[in-house]
Design a protein around this ligand. Structure first.
Ligand code: ADP
Ligand code: MG
Length: 476
Protein backbone atom coordinates (compact mmCIF):
# COMPACT_ATOMS: atom_id res chain seq x y z
CA UNK A 1 0.00 0.00 0.00
CA UNK A 2 1.27 3.44 -0.84
CA UNK A 3 1.74 5.55 2.22
CA UNK A 4 -0.37 8.64 2.46
CA UNK A 5 -0.84 11.20 5.19
CA UNK A 6 -4.26 9.69 5.85
CA UNK A 7 -3.29 6.08 6.20
CA UNK A 8 -0.13 6.79 8.15
CA UNK A 9 -2.09 8.93 10.55
CA UNK A 10 -4.84 6.31 10.82
CA UNK A 11 -2.24 3.73 11.79
CA UNK A 12 -0.72 6.11 14.30
CA UNK A 13 -4.14 6.74 15.80
CA UNK A 14 -4.69 3.02 16.21
CA UNK A 15 -1.53 2.78 18.22
CA UNK A 16 -2.16 5.94 20.21
CA UNK A 17 -5.69 4.89 21.07
CA UNK A 18 -4.36 1.80 22.79
CA UNK A 19 -1.90 3.80 24.81
CA UNK A 20 -3.81 6.72 26.25
CA UNK A 21 -7.13 7.31 27.99
CA UNK A 22 -10.32 7.43 25.92
CA UNK A 23 -11.01 10.98 27.06
CA UNK A 24 -7.52 12.09 26.12
CA UNK A 25 -7.91 10.44 22.77
CA UNK A 26 -11.27 12.02 22.08
CA UNK A 27 -10.21 15.49 23.19
CA UNK A 28 -6.78 15.74 21.74
CA UNK A 29 -6.54 13.33 18.83
CA UNK A 30 -9.90 13.18 17.14
CA UNK A 31 -9.80 16.84 16.10
CA UNK A 32 -6.46 16.43 14.34
CA UNK A 33 -6.44 16.40 10.55
CA UNK A 34 -3.53 14.84 8.66
CA UNK A 35 -2.55 17.13 5.80
CA UNK A 36 0.63 16.08 4.13
CA UNK A 37 3.23 13.37 3.98
CA UNK A 38 6.59 14.18 2.47
CA UNK A 39 9.26 11.53 2.78
CA UNK A 40 9.34 10.87 6.52
CA UNK A 41 7.66 14.09 7.54
CA UNK A 42 4.01 14.01 8.44
CA UNK A 43 2.15 17.29 8.78
CA UNK A 44 -0.93 17.42 10.96
CA UNK A 45 -3.30 20.29 11.46
CA UNK A 46 -4.34 21.24 14.96
CA UNK A 47 -7.02 23.74 15.92
CA UNK A 48 -4.91 26.15 17.96
CA UNK A 49 -1.55 26.97 19.35
CA UNK A 50 -2.82 25.83 22.74
CA UNK A 51 -3.67 22.52 21.28
CA UNK A 52 -0.22 22.20 19.82
CA UNK A 53 1.41 23.01 23.12
CA UNK A 54 -0.75 20.61 25.00
CA UNK A 55 0.14 17.82 22.62
CA UNK A 56 3.83 18.59 22.84
CA UNK A 57 3.73 18.72 26.57
CA UNK A 58 1.64 15.68 27.25
CA UNK A 59 1.67 13.37 24.29
CA UNK A 60 4.93 13.92 22.51
CA UNK A 61 6.28 10.54 23.55
CA UNK A 62 3.40 8.48 22.31
CA UNK A 63 3.25 10.56 19.15
CA UNK A 64 6.90 9.97 18.49
CA UNK A 65 6.65 6.25 19.13
CA UNK A 66 3.67 5.93 16.83
CA UNK A 67 5.40 7.86 14.07
CA UNK A 68 8.62 5.91 14.32
CA UNK A 69 6.63 2.68 14.05
CA UNK A 70 5.02 3.90 10.86
CA UNK A 71 7.78 5.90 9.23
CA UNK A 72 11.00 4.66 10.73
CA UNK A 73 13.71 6.37 12.71
CA UNK A 74 13.83 9.47 10.56
CA UNK A 75 10.17 10.24 11.20
CA UNK A 76 9.36 13.88 11.74
CA UNK A 77 6.20 15.59 12.78
CA UNK A 78 5.15 19.04 11.66
CA UNK A 79 2.19 20.97 12.89
CA UNK A 80 -0.06 23.27 11.01
CA UNK A 81 -1.52 25.46 13.66
CA UNK A 82 -4.65 27.39 12.81
CA UNK A 83 -4.29 30.86 14.19
CA UNK A 84 -7.78 31.17 15.52
CA UNK A 85 -8.64 34.36 17.19
CA UNK A 86 -5.82 36.14 15.54
CA UNK A 87 -6.86 39.65 15.99
CA UNK A 88 -8.34 41.46 13.04
CA UNK A 89 -8.24 38.54 10.66
CA UNK A 90 -11.35 36.50 10.28
CA UNK A 91 -9.83 34.07 7.82
CA UNK A 92 -7.92 31.45 9.77
CA UNK A 93 -4.21 31.63 9.20
CA UNK A 94 -1.84 28.80 9.80
CA UNK A 95 1.67 28.67 11.04
CA UNK A 96 4.05 25.77 10.71
CA UNK A 97 5.93 24.51 13.70
CA UNK A 98 8.18 21.51 13.91
CA UNK A 99 7.58 19.15 16.79
CA UNK A 100 9.71 20.19 19.80
CA UNK A 101 11.52 23.30 18.62
CA UNK A 102 14.62 21.93 20.21
CA UNK A 103 15.48 18.34 20.74
CA UNK A 104 15.31 17.29 24.35
CA UNK A 105 18.58 17.31 26.21
CA UNK A 106 20.45 14.08 25.77
CA UNK A 107 21.94 12.33 28.75
CA UNK A 108 25.65 12.94 28.95
CA UNK A 109 28.18 10.17 29.37
CA UNK A 110 30.78 10.82 31.93
CA UNK A 111 34.27 9.56 32.27
CA UNK A 112 35.04 8.97 35.87
CA UNK A 113 38.50 9.80 37.00
CA UNK A 114 40.13 6.51 37.83
CA UNK A 115 40.63 7.34 41.47
CA UNK A 116 36.90 7.12 41.93
CA UNK A 117 36.71 3.56 40.62
CA UNK A 118 34.05 4.14 38.07
CA UNK A 119 31.38 1.55 38.63
CA UNK A 120 31.17 2.11 42.32
CA UNK A 121 30.27 5.74 42.23
CA UNK A 122 26.56 5.97 42.83
CA UNK A 123 24.69 8.45 40.77
CA UNK A 124 22.07 10.17 42.89
CA UNK A 125 20.09 10.86 39.75
CA UNK A 126 19.73 7.18 39.11
CA UNK A 127 18.27 6.34 35.78
CA UNK A 128 17.14 2.75 36.13
CA UNK A 129 18.10 0.31 33.44
CA UNK A 130 21.11 2.18 32.17
CA UNK A 131 24.45 0.46 32.33
CA UNK A 132 26.75 3.36 31.83
CA UNK A 133 26.62 6.16 34.28
CA UNK A 134 24.70 8.88 32.56
CA UNK A 135 24.09 12.29 33.92
CA UNK A 136 20.88 14.00 32.95
CA UNK A 137 21.59 17.69 32.72
CA UNK A 138 18.07 18.48 34.01
CA UNK A 139 18.14 21.50 31.77
CA UNK A 140 14.97 22.89 30.28
CA UNK A 141 15.78 23.71 26.65
CA UNK A 142 12.96 26.25 26.54
CA UNK A 143 14.78 28.39 29.03
CA UNK A 144 17.38 29.73 26.64
CA UNK A 145 19.03 33.07 25.99
CA UNK A 146 16.99 33.63 22.82
CA UNK A 147 13.86 34.12 24.82
CA UNK A 148 15.39 35.80 27.83
CA UNK A 149 14.64 39.41 27.03
CA UNK A 150 17.35 41.86 27.84
CA UNK A 151 16.70 45.06 29.76
CA UNK A 152 18.30 47.42 32.23
CA UNK A 153 17.00 45.21 35.03
CA UNK A 154 18.97 42.15 33.98
CA UNK A 155 21.76 43.45 31.77
CA UNK A 156 24.62 42.60 34.11
CA UNK A 157 23.35 39.12 34.92
CA UNK A 158 22.53 38.35 31.34
CA UNK A 159 25.86 39.42 29.94
CA UNK A 160 27.84 37.78 32.72
CA UNK A 161 25.79 34.65 32.07
CA UNK A 162 26.65 34.82 28.38
CA UNK A 163 30.34 35.25 29.16
CA UNK A 164 30.27 32.26 31.48
CA UNK A 165 28.38 30.15 28.95
CA UNK A 166 30.94 30.93 26.27
CA UNK A 167 33.89 30.18 28.48
CA UNK A 168 32.78 28.06 31.42
CA UNK A 169 35.35 28.13 34.19
CA UNK A 170 37.44 30.50 32.15
CA UNK A 171 36.19 33.85 33.37
CA UNK A 172 36.56 35.57 36.70
CA UNK A 173 32.83 35.08 37.24
CA UNK A 174 33.27 31.91 39.21
CA UNK A 175 31.01 31.34 40.94
CA UNK A 176 28.43 33.37 39.13
CA UNK A 177 25.78 34.25 41.66
CA UNK A 178 22.46 35.43 40.29
CA UNK A 179 20.18 36.89 42.91
CA UNK A 180 16.87 38.71 43.07
CA UNK A 181 13.22 38.43 44.09
CA UNK A 182 10.72 35.82 42.98
CA UNK A 183 9.69 35.53 39.38
CA UNK A 184 12.43 37.76 38.03
CA UNK A 185 14.13 35.16 35.87
CA UNK A 186 16.84 33.59 38.03
CA UNK A 187 15.92 30.03 37.15
CA UNK A 188 15.44 30.92 33.50
CA UNK A 189 18.83 32.60 33.26
CA UNK A 190 20.59 29.77 35.08
CA UNK A 191 19.15 27.23 32.65
CA UNK A 192 20.00 29.46 29.69
CA UNK A 193 23.66 29.39 30.66
CA UNK A 194 23.60 25.60 30.90
CA UNK A 195 21.74 25.23 27.61
CA UNK A 196 24.25 27.46 25.86
CA UNK A 197 27.20 25.55 27.29
CA UNK A 198 25.72 22.32 25.95
CA UNK A 199 25.25 23.96 22.55
CA UNK A 200 28.81 25.17 22.39
CA UNK A 201 30.54 22.39 24.25
CA UNK A 202 28.51 19.21 23.87
CA UNK A 203 31.17 17.23 25.71
CA UNK A 204 31.01 19.22 28.89
CA UNK A 205 28.93 17.75 31.65
CA UNK A 206 26.37 20.26 32.81
CA UNK A 207 24.15 19.66 35.77
CA UNK A 208 21.24 21.72 37.02
CA UNK A 209 19.97 20.93 40.48
CA UNK A 210 17.62 22.71 42.84
CA UNK A 211 18.97 23.18 46.32
CA UNK A 212 16.01 21.29 47.71
CA UNK A 213 16.89 18.30 45.59
CA UNK A 214 20.53 18.60 46.54
CA UNK A 215 19.66 18.58 50.24
CA UNK A 216 17.39 15.61 49.80
CA UNK A 217 20.01 13.66 47.86
CA UNK A 218 22.59 14.42 50.45
CA UNK A 219 20.28 13.21 53.19
CA UNK A 220 19.57 10.01 51.30
CA UNK A 221 23.23 9.44 50.56
CA UNK A 222 24.24 9.80 54.17
CA UNK A 223 21.32 8.35 56.06
CA UNK A 224 20.08 5.58 53.84
CA UNK A 225 23.12 4.45 52.01
CA UNK A 226 26.02 5.70 53.95
CA UNK A 227 27.84 6.83 50.87
CA UNK A 228 28.69 10.43 51.44
CA UNK A 229 31.89 10.02 49.43
CA UNK A 230 30.06 8.80 46.38
CA UNK A 231 27.81 11.77 46.62
CA UNK A 232 30.77 14.13 46.75
CA UNK A 233 32.57 12.37 43.91
CA UNK A 234 29.53 12.48 41.74
CA UNK A 235 29.23 16.22 42.05
CA UNK A 236 32.95 16.77 41.79
CA UNK A 237 33.12 15.43 38.27
CA UNK A 238 30.62 17.89 36.84
CA UNK A 239 32.04 20.57 34.54
CA UNK A 240 29.32 23.15 34.99
CA UNK A 241 27.30 22.90 38.16
CA UNK A 242 24.16 25.01 38.50
CA UNK A 243 22.54 25.13 41.92
CA UNK A 244 19.23 26.96 42.10
CA UNK A 245 17.89 28.73 45.21
CA UNK A 246 20.97 28.27 47.33
CA UNK A 247 19.33 30.25 50.16
CA UNK A 248 17.63 26.99 51.13
CA UNK A 249 20.97 25.78 52.44
CA UNK A 250 20.40 28.13 55.32
CA UNK A 251 20.60 26.29 58.62
CA UNK A 252 21.66 23.02 56.97
CA UNK A 253 25.18 22.82 58.28
CA UNK A 254 25.98 19.27 57.18
CA UNK A 255 24.80 19.86 53.64
CA UNK A 256 26.72 23.13 53.62
CA UNK A 257 29.87 21.21 54.52
CA UNK A 258 29.33 18.84 51.63
CA UNK A 259 28.65 21.70 49.28
CA UNK A 260 31.77 23.46 50.49
CA UNK A 261 33.89 20.44 49.62
CA UNK A 262 32.29 20.09 46.21
CA UNK A 263 32.67 23.77 45.52
CA UNK A 264 36.35 23.80 46.40
CA UNK A 265 37.16 20.80 44.28
CA UNK A 266 35.31 22.19 41.28
CA UNK A 267 36.73 25.64 41.65
CA UNK A 268 40.28 24.39 42.00
CA UNK A 269 39.89 22.39 38.83
CA UNK A 270 38.61 25.27 36.81
CA UNK A 271 35.05 24.02 36.70
CA UNK A 272 32.21 26.50 36.60
CA UNK A 273 29.72 27.00 39.40
CA UNK A 274 26.52 28.99 38.95
CA UNK A 275 24.29 29.77 41.89
CA UNK A 276 21.00 31.55 42.33
CA UNK A 277 19.52 32.98 45.46
CA UNK A 278 16.69 35.22 46.55
CA UNK A 279 19.15 37.34 48.56
CA UNK A 280 22.56 38.77 47.94
CA UNK A 281 25.39 36.93 49.69
CA UNK A 282 25.63 39.84 52.12
CA UNK A 283 22.07 39.31 53.30
CA UNK A 284 22.09 35.54 53.48
CA UNK A 285 21.48 34.11 56.89
CA UNK A 286 22.63 30.93 58.50
CA UNK A 287 25.13 30.12 55.84
CA UNK A 288 28.61 29.44 57.09
CA UNK A 289 31.00 32.32 56.73
CA UNK A 290 33.54 30.33 54.74
CA UNK A 291 30.85 29.45 52.21
CA UNK A 292 29.58 33.01 52.01
CA UNK A 293 33.07 34.26 51.35
CA UNK A 294 33.39 31.74 48.52
CA UNK A 295 30.15 33.01 47.03
CA UNK A 296 31.70 36.45 46.88
CA UNK A 297 34.78 35.28 44.97
CA UNK A 298 33.18 35.57 41.59
CA UNK A 299 30.46 37.93 40.53
CA UNK A 300 27.11 38.57 42.16
CA UNK A 301 24.61 39.96 39.70
CA UNK A 302 21.20 41.16 40.74
CA UNK A 303 18.06 40.69 38.68
CA UNK A 304 15.66 43.53 39.29
CA UNK A 305 12.04 44.04 38.40
CA UNK A 306 11.87 44.75 34.67
CA UNK A 307 11.15 48.28 33.55
CA UNK A 308 8.26 49.16 31.28
CA UNK A 309 10.18 48.68 28.01
CA UNK A 310 11.42 45.29 29.05
CA UNK A 311 7.96 44.26 30.18
CA UNK A 312 6.64 45.17 26.75
CA UNK A 313 9.40 43.16 25.10
CA UNK A 314 8.77 40.15 27.31
CA UNK A 315 5.06 40.30 26.57
CA UNK A 316 5.58 40.60 22.84
CA UNK A 317 8.06 37.79 22.75
CA UNK A 318 5.77 35.59 24.77
CA UNK A 319 2.78 36.33 22.54
CA UNK A 320 4.84 35.77 19.46
CA UNK A 321 5.89 32.37 20.70
CA UNK A 322 2.28 31.58 21.49
CA UNK A 323 1.35 32.50 17.96
CA UNK A 324 -1.24 35.07 18.91
CA UNK A 325 -1.59 38.64 17.82
CA UNK A 326 -2.80 41.09 20.40
CA UNK A 327 -3.46 44.79 19.86
CA UNK A 328 -0.73 47.12 21.00
CA UNK A 329 -2.99 48.93 23.46
CA UNK A 330 -3.74 45.69 25.28
CA UNK A 331 -0.04 44.89 25.57
CA UNK A 332 0.65 48.37 26.89
CA UNK A 333 -2.19 48.10 29.34
CA UNK A 334 -0.86 44.85 30.77
CA UNK A 335 2.69 46.18 30.96
CA UNK A 336 1.47 49.25 32.80
CA UNK A 337 -0.46 47.32 35.39
CA UNK A 338 1.67 44.29 36.14
CA UNK A 339 4.96 45.57 37.41
CA UNK A 340 6.37 43.38 40.06
CA UNK A 341 7.49 40.27 38.30
CA UNK A 342 7.66 38.36 35.08
CA UNK A 343 5.84 35.33 36.32
CA UNK A 344 2.73 37.44 36.91
CA UNK A 345 3.10 38.99 33.51
CA UNK A 346 3.09 35.55 31.97
CA UNK A 347 0.16 34.49 34.12
CA UNK A 348 -1.93 37.32 32.72
CA UNK A 349 -0.98 36.42 29.16
CA UNK A 350 -1.94 32.80 29.72
CA UNK A 351 -5.33 33.72 31.15
CA UNK A 352 -5.90 36.18 28.37
CA UNK A 353 -5.27 33.57 25.70
CA UNK A 354 -7.32 30.97 27.52
CA UNK A 355 -10.24 33.31 28.13
CA UNK A 356 -10.37 34.52 24.60
CA UNK A 357 -10.06 31.00 23.22
CA UNK A 358 -12.75 29.52 25.43
CA UNK A 359 -15.19 32.36 25.14
CA UNK A 360 -14.40 33.11 21.54
CA UNK A 361 -13.68 36.71 22.46
CA UNK A 362 -11.19 39.05 20.87
CA UNK A 363 -8.18 40.22 22.79
CA UNK A 364 -9.86 43.40 23.83
CA UNK A 365 -8.88 45.96 26.37
CA UNK A 366 -11.90 45.15 28.48
CA UNK A 367 -11.01 41.48 28.59
CA UNK A 368 -7.48 42.39 29.66
CA UNK A 369 -8.88 44.69 32.35
CA UNK A 370 -11.13 42.06 33.82
CA UNK A 371 -8.32 39.52 33.89
CA UNK A 372 -5.91 41.89 35.53
CA UNK A 373 -8.51 42.77 38.16
CA UNK A 374 -9.02 39.14 39.04
CA UNK A 375 -5.37 38.40 38.79
CA UNK A 376 -4.20 41.08 41.11
CA UNK A 377 -6.78 40.04 43.67
CA UNK A 378 -5.95 36.38 43.46
CA UNK A 379 -2.22 36.40 43.46
CA UNK A 380 -0.92 35.36 46.78
CA UNK A 381 1.87 37.53 47.96
CA UNK A 382 4.99 35.53 48.70
CA UNK A 383 5.87 36.30 52.25
CA UNK A 384 9.16 36.24 54.06
CA UNK A 385 9.93 35.68 57.72
CA UNK A 386 10.79 39.38 57.93
CA UNK A 387 7.46 40.39 56.53
CA UNK A 388 5.60 38.09 58.91
CA UNK A 389 7.42 39.54 61.89
CA UNK A 390 6.50 43.03 60.78
CA UNK A 391 2.85 42.17 60.34
CA UNK A 392 2.68 40.43 63.71
CA UNK A 393 4.45 43.26 65.57
CA UNK A 394 2.19 45.80 63.98
CA UNK A 395 -0.87 43.77 64.91
CA UNK A 396 0.15 43.64 68.55
CA UNK A 397 1.46 47.22 68.44
CA UNK A 398 4.91 46.30 69.62
CA UNK A 399 8.14 47.03 67.85
CA UNK A 400 10.29 44.48 66.13
CA UNK A 401 13.04 44.55 68.77
CA UNK A 402 10.54 43.76 71.47
CA UNK A 403 9.15 40.87 69.47
CA UNK A 404 12.64 39.47 69.07
CA UNK A 405 13.77 40.25 72.61
CA UNK A 406 14.25 37.75 75.40
CA UNK A 407 11.35 39.04 77.46
CA UNK A 408 8.98 36.45 78.89
CA UNK A 409 5.97 38.76 79.12
CA UNK A 410 3.02 36.69 78.10
CA UNK A 411 1.60 38.75 75.25
CA UNK A 412 5.04 39.22 73.73
CA UNK A 413 5.83 35.54 73.98
CA UNK A 414 2.55 34.85 72.22
CA UNK A 415 3.31 37.35 69.49
CA UNK A 416 6.71 35.74 68.97
CA UNK A 417 5.18 32.29 68.84
CA UNK A 418 2.65 33.45 66.30
CA UNK A 419 5.40 34.89 64.14
CA UNK A 420 7.20 31.55 64.28
CA UNK A 421 4.03 29.63 63.57
CA UNK A 422 3.19 31.66 60.48
CA UNK A 423 6.78 31.56 59.27
CA UNK A 424 6.70 27.80 59.39
CA UNK A 425 3.35 27.73 57.66
CA UNK A 426 3.94 30.30 54.96
CA UNK A 427 7.61 30.22 54.06
CA UNK A 428 10.00 27.53 53.02
CA UNK A 429 12.48 28.41 55.73
CA UNK A 430 13.68 25.65 58.01
CA UNK A 431 12.90 25.64 61.71
CA UNK A 432 16.50 26.57 62.44
CA UNK A 433 16.46 29.46 60.04
CA UNK A 434 13.13 30.77 61.35
CA UNK A 435 14.46 30.59 64.90
CA UNK A 436 17.58 32.48 64.12
CA UNK A 437 15.69 35.18 62.27
CA UNK A 438 13.22 35.66 65.09
CA UNK A 439 15.54 36.67 67.89
CA UNK A 440 18.19 33.99 67.53
CA UNK A 441 16.22 31.07 68.94
CA UNK A 442 16.94 27.45 68.14
CA UNK A 443 14.82 25.09 66.10
CA UNK A 444 13.32 23.39 69.16
CA UNK A 445 11.88 26.71 70.31
CA UNK A 446 10.21 27.17 66.94
CA UNK A 447 8.81 23.67 67.02
CA UNK A 448 7.47 24.29 70.50
CA UNK A 449 5.93 27.58 69.35
CA UNK A 450 4.12 25.85 66.51
CA UNK A 451 2.65 23.26 68.87
CA UNK A 452 1.63 25.90 71.38
CA UNK A 453 -0.16 27.90 68.73
CA UNK A 454 -1.99 24.79 67.55
CA UNK A 455 -3.07 23.98 71.10
CA UNK A 456 -4.04 27.49 72.07
CA UNK A 457 -6.09 28.10 68.96
CA UNK A 458 -8.07 24.96 69.72
CA UNK A 459 -8.78 25.99 73.33
CA UNK A 460 -8.60 29.76 73.58
CA UNK A 461 -11.13 31.83 71.67
CA UNK A 462 -9.29 35.09 71.96
CA UNK A 463 -6.12 33.46 70.74
CA UNK A 464 -7.95 31.87 67.85
CA UNK A 465 -9.04 35.33 66.83
CA UNK A 466 -5.41 36.48 66.74
CA UNK A 467 -4.59 33.61 64.44
CA UNK A 468 -7.48 34.38 62.11
CA UNK A 469 -6.78 38.11 62.04
CA UNK A 470 -3.12 37.73 61.28
CA UNK A 471 -3.83 35.04 58.77
CA UNK A 472 -6.11 37.45 56.91
CA UNK A 473 -3.53 40.19 57.01
CA UNK A 474 -0.86 37.92 55.64
CA UNK A 475 -2.90 36.55 52.77
CA UNK A 476 -4.51 39.95 52.10
P1 ADP B 1 12.80 33.10 39.49
O1 ADP B 1 13.61 31.85 39.40
O2 ADP B 1 13.63 34.32 39.65
O3 ADP B 1 11.72 33.03 40.53
P2 ADP B 1 11.93 32.34 36.85
O4 ADP B 1 13.25 32.18 36.18
O5 ADP B 1 11.20 31.13 37.22
O6 ADP B 1 12.05 33.32 38.10
O7 ADP B 1 11.03 33.27 35.91
C1 ADP B 1 9.61 33.33 35.97
C2 ADP B 1 9.04 33.34 34.57
O8 ADP B 1 9.37 34.56 33.94
C3 ADP B 1 9.62 32.25 33.70
O9 ADP B 1 8.59 31.69 32.93
C4 ADP B 1 10.62 32.96 32.82
O10 ADP B 1 10.73 32.35 31.56
C5 ADP B 1 10.05 34.35 32.71
N1 ADP B 1 11.07 35.38 32.57
C6 ADP B 1 11.77 35.97 33.58
N2 ADP B 1 12.61 36.89 33.11
C7 ADP B 1 12.46 36.91 31.76
C8 ADP B 1 13.05 37.67 30.70
N3 ADP B 1 13.97 38.60 30.91
N4 ADP B 1 12.60 37.41 29.44
C9 ADP B 1 11.67 36.48 29.21
N5 ADP B 1 11.08 35.74 30.15
C10 ADP B 1 11.46 35.95 31.43
MG1 MG C 1 13.52 30.09 40.51
Amino acid sequence: MIKSAENVWAACLNFIKDNITPVGYKTWFEPIVPVKLEAEALTIQVPSKFFFEFLEENYVKVLRTALVRELGKEARLLYDVRLENSYSSKVPQTVKIPSSNRSPMQPQSVNFPSKNISREVKNPFVIPGLQKVKVESNLNPNYCFDNFMEGESNRLGRSAGMAVANKPGGTSFNPLMIYGGVGLGKTHLAHAIGVQVKDKYPDKTVLYVSTEKFIQQYGDAVLKNNNRNDFLHFYQMIDVLIVDDIQFLSGKTKTQDAFFQIFNELHQNGKQVILTSDKSPVDMQDIEQRLLSRFKWGLSAELQAPDYETRINILKNRLFRDGVIVPEEVIEFIAKHIKTNVRELEGVVTSLIAQSAFNKKDFSLSLAKSIIDKFVKNTKKEVSVDYIQKVVSKYFEIDLETLQSKTRKRHIVQARQLAMFFSKKMTKSSLASIGSQIGKRDHATVLHACKTVDNLSATDKQFKKYVDDISKKLSF
